[in-house]
Design a protein around this ligand. Structure first.
Ligand SMILES: C[S@@+](CC[C@H](N)C(=O)[O-])C[C@H]1O[C@@H](n2cnc3c(N)ncnc32)[C@H](O)[C@@H]1O
Length: 271
């Protein structure tokens, strides 16, 4: 499978440079290394069929799969979010890294950042998504990325310990396996939902506890499997507006715990 279309290269180059400029402007991209990885990994190879303008728009995710109710359960995340989380992760050559949630392109960027001496493993609970990621990574020249089909609740013990774990799906908690599979001094970047807001946190393992280094408000598709969390969703005005009660589920819910959301993934913002 060769997904490269030589005719679109000049257009891709222009779109990519514009995207990188905007990512710098909004502060998602701060280092030259992360800028370089966005140049080195052709993200359109991981989003076949999607319009290039969307693929290279800093704030657009590309949809990969919806469930039987039309709810998005897998995307290729927006460049803005990937850039910010790659900056948070600070991946260095030779590191061993785990990505939870597989779209292909982020794992490829991680592989570029850790270099040929490093190792990247990506895990997804969904067979379609894992299969898609494997095919696209191979076609783009990233066969050395390990793709694992599993519920990430238990991490991926066979390739641990990890210097870095990047969780690319909205989590309600940090399962013990993720912390146990971090090397001493290792870092986990995880979008954690707390009181109606999801924040991408960079947490360093320090002995028996985690220390927060940075945070950004963001939106992600929700965790499935063992770590899934029941929430109540109250549709208002048909499907136009939905009230989401994600904490507790009691009968009286304070306004501060309610979040209005639409079907599309919420936009990310910086704190
Ligand atoms: C936003 S997508 C991943 C984006 C991707 N990292 C990229 O390159 O942009 C989130 C993925 O997490 C996966 N996921 C959800 N729950 C999971 C779980 N318990 N274990 C592993 N993967 C899970 C979904 O199937 C979905 O494909």
């Amino acid at each position: 499978m060769n997904l490269t279309n030589p005719d679109e290269s000049p257009q891709v180059d222009a779109l990519r440079e514009t995207m990188i400029g905007k990512l710098r402007e909004i502060g998602a991209l701060r280092s030259d290394r992360v800028a370089e990885v966005f140049r080195a990994v052709p993200r359109h190879l991981f989003t076949p069929g999607a319009p290039l303008e969307k693929v290279y728009n800093p704030t657009d995710a590309v949809y990969v799969k919806r469930d039987e109710h039309g709810v998005t359960i897998s995307t290729v995340s927006a460049p803005e979010l990937q850039a910010f989380m790659l900056e948070q992760a600070d991946l260095q050559p030779g590191m061993n890294a785990l990505e939870i949630g597989s779209g292909g392109v982020n794992a490829a960027m991680m592989a570029w950042l850790v270099g040929p001496e490093g190792v990247v493993t990506t895990v997804d609970i969904d067979p379609d998504v894992a299969h898609r990621a494997r095919g696209l990574l191979d076609a783009a020249g990233y066969s050395r990325v390990n793709v694992v089909l599993a519920d990430a609740e238990n991490g991926v013990p066979e390739h641990a310990p990890y210097d870095r774990i990047i969780v690319t799906v909205g989590a309600w908690d940090i399962p013990p396996a993720w912390v146990n599979q971090l090397a001493p001094g290792g870092r986990i970047v995880v979008p954690l939902r707390m009181r109606g807001l999801t924040r991408a946190l960079a947490l360093d393992r320090n002995g028996d506890h985690l220390v927060s280094r940075s945070a950004m408000i963001c939106g992600f598709v929700k965790m499935r499997g063992t770590g899934a969390h029941q929430e109540r969703v109250l549709p208002l005005r048909g499907e136009q507006i939905r009230l989401r009660f994600d904490d507790g589920g009691g009968r009286t819910i304070p306004a501060s715990r309610t979040v209005c959301s639409t079907r599309s993934a919420p936009k990310c913002g910086r704190v």
